[in-house]
Design a protein around this ligand. Sequence first.
Ligand code: NAD
Length: 555
Amino acid sequence: MSEQQRGEAPPARVAGTAGGFTILRDPTRNKGTAFTEAERDALGLRGLLPPRVCTQAEQEARVLENLRRLPDSLEKWIALRALHDRNEALFYRVVMNNPDEIQPIIYTPTVGLACQQYGHIFQRPRGLFVTARDRGRVARVLANWPYREVGIIVVTDGERILGLGDLGANGMGIPVGKLSLYTACAGVHPRQCLPVVLDVGTNNEALRRDPLYLGLQQERLCGAAYDELVDEFVTEATRQFPGVVVQFEDFANHNAFRLLAKYRDRIATFNDDIQGTAAVALAGVLSALRITGGRLADQRILFLGAGEAATGIADLLTAAMVAEGVAEDAARAKSWLVDSHGLVVKGRADLAEHKRRYAHEHAPVADFLSAVKALAPTAIIGVAAVGGTFTREVLATMAALNERPIVFALSNPTSKSECTAAEAYAATGGRALFACGSPFDPVTLGGRTFVPRQGNNSYIFPGVGLGAIASGARRITDEMFLAAARALASRVTEEDLAQGSLYPALVRIRDVSAHIAAAVAAVALSRGLATKPLPDDLVAHMRSLMYEPAYATYA
Ligand code: NAD
């Protein structure tokens, strides 16, 4: 007997059905096949879904089965973005339960490819596009963002995306990817996350000519006009979202250092390429020293590259040595840089401002191998985005100079890596203390298996963001990054070290982030920068704040 035959109200569901249909298309509420029988009735979903009710675990298995069938990582990136747009909780469950498999897809290295192809693979917008045409009306653009509880903004102007150069508005993949990691790795609620591209044009001519490019087809805004747009954005963002943390991401050198210097004492802001990288690299060095037994102050570190990553890491290494009682000049003298013109030394006339503090007295040296031989470093750190530059000879020289050479090949994506893990272990007879910027599989050599882990910023920035949001930090300081690096290193176990891993396994990332967030909040408290009350047990507090990708109950 039908409802009507039973004399019940006729389908009073016209509105309800429309509501159910809408819910299925709202990724923040959609549970797909996991809607229960009761929910299907209450929300007007009956008939709109196949009859069998699935658990979230079954849905996850289905997603993974489909994902693993796809032919390449870019297809997987597209599929995961589509899932994110369909069912947010399921997306985060998949990311959180399978970090080693999924993180390299939603973030480096695949995100680089996705950015290069952004206009060609575009399906739905995500994030906010603030463009050069919006000068004078940025407030209105920001007001269009639907969530008002924004706690963190990741913003790029797309000029230096990973090691791939100027990708203009295509850079949106980076803030979207990073903020997914804030949620997955540290439980920052998705509604607190706002990805932004400042589309100021692009000087990438090929991109401008690409008929499917989606950004402004004009040359980059520069000078005062650029600064005014950035300023209008920062002013409006902090007005509309009081206390928001603004993370600058993948800006080119000439703006990155300037903008950090301009805003770091005004708002809660940091540059992940400079400061996040620094903390993750320092943590790796601290782990390596647990194996060698050496002191930080006894190291000589030679960088290939002299940009944001290199000077950021060198600055934090200096700060860490100073904190151990070394005089600042002596600490700074431990770090040496090699750029595309050779060793950075005093007297070179072509040095940009950010390199000068590492221009030490030395005769000119033309290339990296010669610099290794001349300086006999204990550690080499590759951050020049030039693939294959840690040659067999460089690695063998490091092995001849050191019992346990520290070798960090941090450039991204994989094609830019200075060497592979296999090359590093092979050329040093398995003695290298190795970390990488791109993921490499375990390497078996002489009966031993080494598990290289990525010195990925995703160990640091999510926890820093959570700590800053939880404490309402008014500023993000270098001391917080030092504390974050130590907290990360403290989570590396003896078992990790025994297999050559200088970082913890990604499956433990939430625990790591809770400790980093607590360390950051503790600095905020001790320096009078916290604006929110905090309990004594900071780690437990951070855990209690973390988003879980569980479904809500609607009936
Ligand atoms: P950047 O543009 O600021 O710096 C690159 C530097 O490399 C510049 O100083 C440039 O002069 C130098 N360089 C270029 N060609 C060179 C050559 N042939 N020899 C020596 N030096 C050369 O970029 P960045 O932000 O410092 O990033 C550099 C690389 O590090 C990128 O690939 C980036 O993806 C990677 N990175 C990795 C991590 C990580 O794994 N945690 C973090 C940050 C950056």
